[in-house]
Design a protein around this ligand. Structure first.
Ligand code: SAH
Length: 221
């Protein structure tokens, strides 16, 4: 597991501990995921206007019409990926960079693609400031994946898509796991896609609501 430079002693530890307790109560069991939440300063990833709500278990606006997802949903994603600390992971939809930071503690290397340059730039700065060294943030259409670093052991798509973008399945390693919200713009089902020797298998995890994945293999703008 990658270790980060900063273990925050920032006055928010009590709030983080409460958030961890909430996630545990709602059914998150993976200790590595809970530890990542306990050690990641979510308040640094949200705009100042909503900082006082950073440790509520709710989605919050991050500007540009985008949102940082609900911690419970983010934790569920990471639990479903069942990471060991060695994986090469691809994230589509960096947003605030908070989930990227969690992922960076649970995987070996993380490549994260964001469509909006200003969000990517902001996320890079916070990730750097919080000591996430094994992360590269790229600007582009993540529905195309990122071929240069493929294949990926884990792929996390943080925006809603009508179907699984074909390039992402192609770039998933055999034995790899991909999580993506599938549905229309209003409602989706978080779905686990596994690539095995027998082919590609899908299973439903639960109902979710995400902003749309906009790109060649997602929704049109
Ligand atoms: N997990 C993020 C929340 C992401 S919200 C967090 O913790 O903050 C979804 C993000 O996906 C938005 O930032 C949006 O701009 C981005 N996005 C939408 N379509 C995309 C695409 N085709 N490629 C990359 N990013 C995309």
């Amino acid at each position: 597991m990658a270790s980060r430079g900063v273990t925050p002693g920032d006055g928010y530890g009590g709030y983080r501990a409460q958030l961890v307790e909430t996630l545990r109560r709602k059914g998150i069991r993976d200790l590595a995921v809970l530890r990542a939440v306990a050690e990641t300063p979510r308040h640094l990833f949200v705009p100042e206007s909503v900082r006082h709500r950073a440790y509520e278990d709710s989605a919050l606006p991050i500007g540009g019409g985008q949102t940082i997802s609900q911690p419970f949903v983010q934790a569920r994603y990471l639990e479903v990926l069942a990471l060991t600390g060695r994986e090469k992971a691809l994230e589509v939809g960096t947003g605030s960079g908070y989930q990227t930071a969690l992922l960076s503690q649970l995987a070996g290397t993380v490549f994260s693609v964001e469509r909006l340059p200003h969000l990517a730039q902001q996320a890079r700065q916070v990730l750097e400031a919080t000591g996430c060294r094994n992360v590269t943030v790229l600007v582009g259409d993540g529905t195309l994946g990122w071929r240069a670093f493929a294949p990926y052991d884990a792929i996390l798509v943080a925006a809603a898509s009508p179907s699984v973008p074909a390039p992402l399945v192609e770039q998933l390693a055999e034995g790899g796991r991909l999580v993506i919200p599938l549905g229309d713009r209003q409602a989706q089902v978080l779905t686990l896609v596994q690539r095995t020797t027998r082919g590609v298998e899908q299973s439903a995890i639960g109902d979710v609501r995400f902003v749309p994945l906009i790109g060649e293999f997602g929704f049109r703008e």
